[in-house]
Write a protein that binds this ligand. Structure first.
Ligand SMILES: C[S@@+](CC[C@H](N)C(=O)[O-])C[C@H]1O[C@@H](n2cnc3c(N)ncnc32)[C@H](O)[C@@H]1O
Length: 308
């Protein structure tokens, strides 16, 4: 892991678009992740003490964390508005990752194409949290993370560090037994492929590049050992998911932002990997949770309160 940045990160208690407007002139963002409400149609609550439940509001719920009750059209408009403000602050090589589910992702894709230009769309990650199908109807067991460049001409500048171990997965058994038949002087298994004039060597123990469907990172609630990282904030994402995104799409010392940071997962991932961070959220519970979490990890942060 890369050495941590000593300067404190910024945490705006503000709406995403206004937080962008409050950034110092000339401060560029190298990577932005946004995990907005999904259009669930209810208020989401936090678990702040034993016995309380988090998630959709019910009898045992803790305090309200945020409202997720906008109609889809209004939700998409809000996300597009935030993206337009973010675009103004993105470095030419920066990517915006937008995490949604089947309720709003398709309308959001179209709206974000209008913000960035259709050719700025770089692809999408399908994340399967591993909770299994619920109910008897058509199953939906994945969420989608859309990836955009600042504008179509900048798409080729986007980063993707596929050499990082966080972006590798084991080769399939059949591929290992059929193709990885040679050993180098230290005993490592490899295969070689010649493409054009050049021969490339691939080592079995380095694994292959991750594809765009990620099934190896369980959701917070799907895997009990992960509860250690649980803050009680609803829809908290696993730190491994954000670590993979941060490492893939930014470099040490660069600025990673999340203006709907909830419990601060992106900010912790950024700090752990030696990136600067800028966070924000309009929910008071989110800001308190993020502050506590960062302090718990010894990560310095400066809170900026909205003034209006
Ligand atoms: C799905 S949660 C984010 C969870 C987060 N990724 C985590 O790992 O904890 C969505 C967050 O967006 C925030 N939010 C919704 N609309 C916002 C807006 N317009 N500006 C800033 N924050 C907003 C909510 O308060 C909520 O904390």
């Amino acid at each position: 892991m890369t050495g941590r940045v000593k300067d404190p990160g910024l945490l705006f208690h503000a709406d995403a678009a206004s937080a962008c407007g409050l950034l110092p002139a000339g401060r560029e963002l190298d990577l932005v992740y946004l995990d907005p409400p999904y259009g669930v149609g209810t208020t989401m609550t936090a678990r702040t003490k034993r016995g309380e439940a988090r998630g959709r509001r019910r009898k045992e719920s803790g305090p309200d964390a945020y409202d997720d009750d906008l109609p889809i059209e209004a939700l998409v408009e809000m996300v597009a508005g935030a993206a337009a403000a973010i675009k103004e602050k993105m470095a030419p090589h920066a990517a915006l990752f937008v995490h949604l589910d089947q309720r709003a992702v398709h309308e959001a894709k179209v709206a974000l194409d209008r913000v960035f230009g259709r050719g700025a769309f770089a692809g999408e990650i399908i994340w399967e949290p591993g909770n299994g199908a619920r109910g008897r109807g058509v199953p939906t067991t994945h969420q989608t993370i859309l990836i955009f460049a600042r504008r179509p001409a900048d798409r080729k500048l986007l980063r993707w560090d596929s050499r990082s171990p966080l972006l590798r997965e084991p080769y399939a058994e059949t591929s290992l037994s059929m193709h990885f038949t040679k050993r180098d002087e230290s005993g490592r298994l490899y295969r070689e492929r010649t493409i054009g004039e050049k021969t490339y060597r691939y080592y079995a123990d380095e694994g292959r590049r991750m594809g765009s469907v990620w099934t190896d990172i369980p959701a917070m609630s799907a895997n009990t050992p992960l509860f250690q990282e649980g803050t009680g904030y609803p829809t908290q994402k696993p730190i491994r998911l954000l670590e993979r995104i941060v490492v893939a799409a930014s470099e040490p010392g660069e600025t990673v932002a999340d203006f709907m940071c909830g419990s601060g997962t992106t900010l912790v991932a950024a700090a752990r990997h030696g990136r600067r961070f800028i966070g924000g959220d309009r929910s008071e519970v989110a800001i308190e949770t993020t502050k506590r979490r960062l302090e718990g990890e010894g990560i310095p942060v400066l809170i900026v309160e909205r003034t209006s």
